[in-house]
Ligand binder design. Sequence first.
Ligand SMILES: Nc1nc2c(ncn2[C@@H]2O[C@H](COP(=O)(O)OP(=O)(O)OP(=O)(O)O)[C@@H](O)[C@H]2O)c(=O)[nH]1
Length: 304
Amino acid sequence: MSWLDRLTAGFKKTADKVGENLTGIVKEQALDTATLDDIEEALIASDLGPEASKRIREAIAARKFEQLDERGLRTILAEEIEKILAPVAKPLDVWGFPRPHVILVIGVNGSGKTTTIGKLGHWLKEQDYGVLLAAGDTFRAAAIEQLQIWGDRIGAPVIAGKEGGDAAGIVYDGVKQATAQGIDCLIVDTAGRLQNKTHLMEELSKVRRVLGRLNPEAPHDILLVLDATTGQNALNQIEVFKESAGVTGLIMTKLDGTARGGVLVAAAEKFGMPIHAIGVGEGAGDLRPFDPRAVARAIAGLPA
Ligand SMILES: Nc1nc2c(ncn2[C@@H]2O[C@H](COP(=O)(O)OP(=O)(O)OP(=O)(O)O)[C@@H](O)[C@H]2O)c(=O)[nH]1
């Protein structure tokens, strides 16, 4: 399957839910205030969030349709979602010089952080960037092992220590190794994942301090991985992490396993932060930057 096919298939559940929620609303009705209210409610029920839903409602109202059939409604919906996604859909840029460009990856337990690092590394390697992975999540032996498996799978070296070891030390070694070997990109798995565990956040600060001493511009990116299946909770995580961890961009994963993919639109509208990539499966090729038009049409249930 091509990426576009996987993307469309991934958003199928979301599109079905949006379709279900919109069904019958515009049938044979004039596009009056009550109908607009129903549309707005249907979008909120589809996890697009109150801000984006209101904005889309206003955009539809501003067009002063006498009447609108369901196909027309889906088309406008796709156009408006595209407008919301376009400013934030930004592929990751490997701009850091001297190399390596350092990417810290954070996210709550089970958000798909380690898998995302593997997939992101694969995407960068496909573009001929050299990639080194660092197992900075030393709190769980399984996390270290999982990263090593991903390293083998995508053909990227992994720098790791022991469970319970010093994450900042591993990251330090990672920068040294990448510098010595001329590797473009260092992707660091971190344990900075539980908002309420202060020592994890402190560990993250330490990693940042150590990096900053090696290169004042590092880390160049701090990516927050979000699990779309958690809906509203994903938005709360952005709220909490954006200040405390200095998040520079988002990656939303597991969009294939959920009817709550509308949360991508809610996040874009509410925070306006770059969304560098989306995950629509567990395979190495299942994470990419996204085309706002294709995603908007997939969510609205229209063919690409
Ligand atoms: N369907 C689907 N599953 C995904 C996606 N991304 C990750 N997963 C799965 O989600 C589960 C959790 O992923 P991990 O990468 O282990 O999550 P983590 O955040 O590193 O978890 P911890 O190491 O426990 O902190 C795994 O079973 C992954 O295969 C995705 O885009 N789609």
